[in-house]
Design a protein around this ligand. Structure first.
Ligand code: AFP
Length: 311
């Protein structure tokens, strides 16, 4: 029996990642292995914030943030990072070449329901990300903690999008390589639907999906919902805003940690990500907590929804 392809081998031989970037991605994958284990073994979130001895427990999102920080600190390749759990940019190793942006636990409000959740990462070369765009990422990856744990990464530049499964002995082995997303969508995944009360364009998009009898798949965790598009090779996911008086006028999602990394992965797979008016990869980062509307997935469907949003 031939050996399965490991993540490290794939980064090295297929994607020809440079030495530090390869080690950084492998270090991130290790942190996620422990996050996956913590999700399987802790009762935090499932049982409330106290353990069986009545002691306060760390919530899973704080635990996940600590684990990622620990591995990034040890890697020696990271000059700074930006986490959805931290208010500011955190400086690490002055000699490090990379900035890592991440949401350590996306979908944390779903933990008590035992739904799938995930982690999202974008990697930039150099220090300051303010004023730059997500197109400048040199890698993006996400880990989906579902019935099985799956990691998907890209280095962009035509090197493809590849998925790995965490096996029973704690190794990531190749599941599917060169994931592709076709131009037309049969499946839709509409987030922040509360916006249709004040956004007539979004309401039209929703009605068109119903009229066309497309298939609804929506879990409330964007990692799981966008992974569905990569797994099926088609689909559309949206999270757009309502009027200026609504709770999320720009949609609920963060540009830096959520929209940017997924846009980088989606474009590499042949799909596209839009803010409704611009390619997400070209929307400049003005602050770490900036929100952007997101319409992502099969090209023709994203374009059709953009037109409805502006009609
Ligand atoms: P939580 O991390 O608070 O659970 O939020 C998850 C999320 O940011 C993203 O993963 C979902 O797609 C989105 O929120 C769900 O938004 P709606 O509840 O408005 O559809």
């Amino acid at each position: 029996m031939s050996n399965p392809v490991s993540l490290n081998w794939h980064l090295n031989h297929h994607s020809q990642a440079d030495h530090d970037l390869r080690h950084l991605i492998v270090d991130i994958s290790r942190a996620c292995k422990y996050i996956s284990y913590a999700i399987q073994t802790t009762e935090a979130g499932l049982s409330g914030s106290k353990n069986s001895f009545g002691e306060e427990q760390l919530t899973l999102d704080v635990l996940a943030d600590d684990l990622v920080r620990e591995y990034l600190s040890e890697s020696g390749t990271v000059c700074c990072y930006v986490s959805e759990e931290q208010p500011d940019i955190v400086e690490l190793d002055k000699k490090g070449d990379y900035t890592v942006v991440f949401d350590p636990l996306d979908g944390s409000s779903l933990v008590d329901a035992n739904f799938s959740i995930g982690s999202i990462f974008g990697i930039y070369k150099g220090g300051d990300i303010i004023g730059r765009t997500p197109r400048e990422q040199v890698a993006a990856l996400y880990v989906l903690y579902g019935p099985r744990t799956v990691l998907t990464y890209t280095l962009g530049n035509g090197k493809g999008v590849h998925s790995f499964i965490l096996n029973d002995v704690g190794e990531y082995t190749l599941l599917r390589d060169h994931l592709g997303v076709g131009d037309d969508a049969k499946v839709y995944s509409p987030g922040n639907l509360r916006a249709i009360t004040t956004n007539s364009g979004y309401k039209s998009a929703m009605h068109s999906w119903l009229d066309e009898e497309k298939t609804l798949r929506y879990s409330g965790c964007m990692v799981a919902d966008i992974h569905h598009i990569f797994a099926k090779g088609q689909g559309i996911f949206s999270n757009v805003g309502g009027g200026t008086e609504s709770k999320y006028p720009n949609g609920k999602l963060r540009h830096v940690f959520e929209c940017g990394p997924f846009a980088f992965l989606m474009e590499e797979a042949g799909g596209i990500a839009s803010s409704g008016s611009e390619n997400i990869l070209d929307v400049p980062i003005t602050s770490v907590d900036q929100r952007t509307p997101l319409i992502i997935g099969s090209k023709n469907e994203v374009e059709r929804v953009n037109n409805l949003l502006h009609a």
